[in-house]
Design a protein around this ligand. Structure first.
Ligand SMILES: [Zn+2]
Length: 302
């Protein structure tokens, strides 16, 4: 439990002001409408997406259990109908913490099949360590490559390619509203990505996935990241470029026969590190190294 709380503090720190401790009684849920019928809710943990309109509400992620009532109040505050469906962008507890409350309230939970597998198993180590999830918290509808929601006058595509942050990442794209929710495939303005190699994350898969997401966007797309403020297609492209450049720097050294120890001693990503970064240059270099060692992702259709 102790581990979980300190890890929660780290993940909550993605919202810089919330860095100290996740005192949920003090967390305010702030709604920002990004397009007609589409909003983002900021609180503690991963940014929540919302589709609302005449057919009912769809929530994308749900932060932490103690925030469920405030989240539902923020949804109602937008004049939205009750939540019918929930999609988890991945299994991390700062995105799925409200699942049990919502599942018990009758919300149908959707996610990539690996989200369900990892929530059942839990994880004993790493930044995202978590206990096995109770049954009511688990996704009841799972998919491999994606699923589409036809409601509220739009089509929302839940897209999984190879993940990258984990092996169960979903991004959501509103075709009419032209909004993309990336989950933690993008953390806007936060330096390096978190590649959760304990959860099947892989830096090369992340670049591959970002390429697929960039293809569905336009220069006008509003991009809701997993953490940080709403961004643009240009932010998404820059984020992808920074990751690809980092991989090139590390893989070039590996190709020359350098050891991981030698690479870490040189710390070649240090000049790109942001101050007070959630993921520092060494951590990212290690994740890239592990990604280069991992087998390539299996082929699949896009
Ligand atoms: Zn995450």
């Amino acid at each position: 439990m102790r581990l979980t709380i300190s890890a929660a503090a780290v993940l909550a720190a993605s919202v810089p002001a919330a860095a100290q401790s996740p005192d949920f009684s003090k967390v305010e849920i702030k709604a920002e409408v990004v397009a007609p019928g589409v909003a983002v809710l900021f609180g503690a943990g991963g940014n929540i997406g919302l589709s609302y309109g005449e057919d009912g509400s769809v929530l994308i992620d749900d932060q932490f259990a103690p925030l469920t009532d405030k989240i539902l109040a923020a949804v109602a505050g937008l004049g939205a109908k009750p939540v019918k469906y929930l999609v988890n962008t991945h299994w991390h507890y700062d995105h799925t913490g409200g699942n049990e409350n919502l599942g018990k309230a009758g919300v149908t939970i959707f996610a990539h099949e690996n989200v369900r597998v990892r929530m059942i198993a839990g994880s004993a180590s790493g930044i995202a360590a978590a206990k096995p999830a109770p049954p009511a918290a688990l996704p009841v509808v799972t998919y491999q490559n994606g699923v589409s929601f036809h409601l509220n006058g739009d089509r929302i595509d839940a897209i999984h390619t190879h993940g990258g942050h984990t092996d169960g990442d979903t991004a959501l794209y509103w075709r009419k509203a032209n909004v993309l929710h990336t989950g933690d495939l993008m953390m806007n303005g936060m330096g390096f990505p978190f590649i959760d190699t304990n959860s099947g994350g892989n830096a090369r898969h992340l670049v591959h996935t970002l390429d697929q997401l960039i293809k569905v966007t336009t220069p006008q797309t509003k991009v809701i990241p997993g953490h940080g403020p709403v961004g643009t297609q240009a932010d998404l492209i820059a984020w992808r470029g920074m990751i690809a450049q980092s991989i090139d720097l590390i893989s070039a050294r590996k190709a020359k026969g350098q050891t991981l120890e030698a690479v870490l001693a040189d710390n070649p990503l240090k000049p790109m590190e942001k101050p007070k970064a959630f993921i520092n240059a060494e951590t990212f270099a290690k994740a890239i190294w592990a990604s280069l060692d991992a087998k390539p992702a299996p082929a699949h259709k896009h």
